[in-house]
Design a protein around this ligand. Sequence first.
Ligand SMILES: Nc1ncnc2c1ncn2[C@@H]1O[C@H](COP(=O)(O)OP(=O)(O)OP(=O)(O)O)[C@@H](O)[C@H]1O
Ligand SMILES: [Mg+2]
Length: 259
Amino acid sequence: MTTRRDLNSASVLGEGSDDVGTPILELRAVSRVHGAGAREVRALDTVSLTIGAGEFVAIMGPSGSGKSTLLNLAGGLDVPSSGGVLVEGVSLERLRPKQLAELRRRSVGYVFQDFNLLPGLTAAENVAFPLELDGRGWRPAFSAARSALAECGIADLADRRPEEMSGGQAQRVAIARALVGPRRLLLADEPTGALDSGTGVAVLELLRDRADRGAGVVMVTHESRFAAWADRTVYLRDGRISGATGPSDPETLLTGVSK
Ligand SMILES: Nc1ncnc2c1ncn2[C@@H]1O[C@H](COP(=O)(O)OP(=O)(O)OP(=O)(O)O)[C@@H](O)[C@H]1O
Ligand SMILES: [Mg+2]
């Protein structure tokens, strides 16, 4: 059973608490296989990875190397073919669907590669939605949503619908939705993809800040200059971890290529 967190407590993000260093996310020999026989695709192959509280990890690798697959499994949106995924020590495979949905809403902020905003709802409604689903009243949910939009520098878009926004604006709304509430695990798939470099840096500052306040952050990126904001970079190739480096490694900073 998951326990209900105190949603209003500042210590939810680890501030002043003693849990920095405890795993927020663990992948234990996780594989994900699509299809069978000659059509089998091993999207992820026996990947093990632990992300601690306060840790910001970048995932890099060529197209098709399994980056989105890894994030989907970490966020409980997809189920491994073998191996186990634990979020804050809770094994996802042991949860009933309702409990899994609850854990995803409360503990996991997800920025999708294609944003996944709900059409027809304004930016503020999109951001408030997970909090409302979680039983927060309309007023506090909206107030938290407006703060998250302001934090992302897009307070003025609160009443705009996704179909009335540019790609970069929609991406920032998706980021605000992931940051809203006391999420301990942030998963971001190319969160800087549709942004100019200045706005991209602003998004990295937000993710870095969340990690510094005790969240575990996993970000997929194609750019090594963005990966340099992370504490370490994990490289995927053909569904397997092909290398890992820290941001201070000069070879990583210069080329983004693992050793
Ligand atoms: N539903 C599916 N059915 C079959 N194969 C799939 C499915 N989803 C993903 N794959 C395959 O799994 C592999 C990993 O895909 P994934 O989306 O994780 O790559 P990625 O690293 O995120 O790529 P990109 O950088 O292009 O976003 C790819 O070969 C892909 O074609
Ligand atoms: Mg992808």
